[in-house]
Design a protein around this ligand. Structure first.
Ligand SMILES: C=CC1=C(C)c2cc3[nH]c(cc4nc(cc5[nH]c(cc1n2)c(C)c5CCC(=O)O)C(CCC(=O)O)=C4C)c(C)c3C=C
Ligand SMILES: [Fe+2]
Ligand SMILES: [Fe+2]
Length: 353
């Protein structure tokens, strides 16, 4: 007879010698963000973009039209161009993208914050595209004895292209498993008072550090094609709600605090107003001082550091603007961790005390 110590509760269990090993009794929390290439060279970028842009949740265009486009022009030209953009924001110390560095830190800080209240908890993190994959981390959590799993897509606003595809991927892994962990999924938090308080107090703090007072603040959210809204995706409404609640909490009017949508891709019409067009128009109208916050991103990434802090700053300054600030995302700041810990504690109710 073997004596097996269960990591969760340190119970010793007696099993026959030919019995497969059993580890159980722990709870896994898996934080998931969008994705990241392993490196900025052409092939790493191509692999990452191929996985990302082959996802039917992201690109809903008919495969007959999309496949030749993707495998022809897009995967030939985009990896090189975007590799340079990633290189401009790369974390050289750790040789990885900022999104990876920040997501790991969020996971480590969450684990530390919950260690005392929930010693059976194992906190981990994954990327929907690239590494570490969702499948590999679910497997690792199971090997550590997690028979219950809380999946946390790190998107405050739900979109099929982000939140739903995280669930699809997790369920793909579960489909292969004999002993599936029980799965809970954290809902989005577009109007959660803890989130609204965190994004507005973080914004106030960042504004206070500037050497200027912006005439206008943009809340820029990642866009999606306009057709996704027509098909019933709640993303647009949830972004509007977050922006309205932020504006009310800040006591600003609709002129001073405006919503825009960034990162459009391809010729289709995306959610509007577009961030880059708005930034250009404001500069041309004579606005001299502008700040842009990005409350839909839980962590700084290519779209915030390169597109907003880089490209959009340049657009503003080239068209007559004088001062531009890109406000950092919540990241692993005190405010950011307050939101993640709040969501996780609430969704673990009944599983932990
Ligand atoms: C082409 C369709 C895309 C849709 C729809 C889309 C939705 C969407 N994306 C995010 C968050 C992020 N996107 C990021 C990068 C990125 N997004 C797309 C395309 C779509 N996104 C691409 C092709 C890329 C890669 C870069 C590029 O080639 O332009 C990132 C940054 C990742 C990083 O490592 O830094 C984030 C985050 C949301 C929230 C969203 C819909 C709501
Ligand atoms: Fe995106
Ligand atoms: Fe709406």
């Amino acid at each position: 007879m073997n004596a097996l110590v269960l990591p969760g509760d340190a119970r010793a269990m007696r099993l026959p010698a030919d019995h497969p090993p059993v580890v159980s009794g722990r709870i896994g929390v898996l934080l998931v963000n969008l994705g990241t290439p392993d490196a900025t060279d052409y092939w790493s970028m191509r692999r990452y973009l191929k996985e990302f842009l082959s996802d039917r949740r992201v690109i809903e265009t008919s495969r007959l039209i999309w496949w030749p486009l993707l495998n022809g022009i897009i995967l030939t030209t985009r990896p090189g161009r975007k590799g340079k953009d990633y290189a401009s924001i790369w974390n050289r110390e750790l040789n990885e993208s900022p999104l990876r560095t920040i997501t790991r830190s969020q996971s480590e800080k969450l684990a530390a914050a919950l260690a005392e209240a929930a010693p059976k908890l194992v906190v981990d993190w994954a990327m929907r595209y690239g590494n570490p994959s969702i499948a590999s981390r679910i497997e690792a959590l199971q090997q550590q004895g997690c028979d219950r799993l809380l999946l946390v897509p790190l998107y405050p606003q739900y979109a099929a292209a982000t939140s739903a595809t995280v669930c699809d991927k997790a369920f793909d892994k579960l489909k292969e498993m004999r002993w599936q962990p029980v799965l809970r999924v954290a809902p989005p938090w577009p109007d959660d008072p803890v989130y609204i308080e965190a994004v507005t107090s973080s914004l106030r703090k960042e504004l206070a550090k500037l050497d200027f007072e912006p005439e206008i603040i943009l809340a820029s959210f990642h866009g999606v094609p306009q057709s996704y809204l027509q098909k019933g995706d709640p993303y647009h409404c949830q972004c509007q709600k977050t922006a309205r609640l932020m504006r009310e909490a800040l006591g600003l009017d609709e002129q001073r605090f405006r919503i825009t949508f960034q990162s459009r891709f391809g010729p289709e019409e995306w959610l509007q107003p577009y961030t880059d067009k708005t930034v250009e128009a404001l500069a041309k109208q004579g606005v001299k001082r502008l700040a842009v916050c990005m409350p839909g991103f839980s962590a700084d990434c290519l779209e915030t550091l390169e597109e907003i802090a880089g490209e959009n700053a340049e657009i503003f300054l080239h068209n007559g603007g004088e001062k531009f600030a890109a406000i950092p995302c919540l990241n692993d700041s005190e405010e950011g961790m307050r939101v993640i810990e709040h969501v996780v504690r609430r969704e673990l109710m009944g599983w932990i005390q």
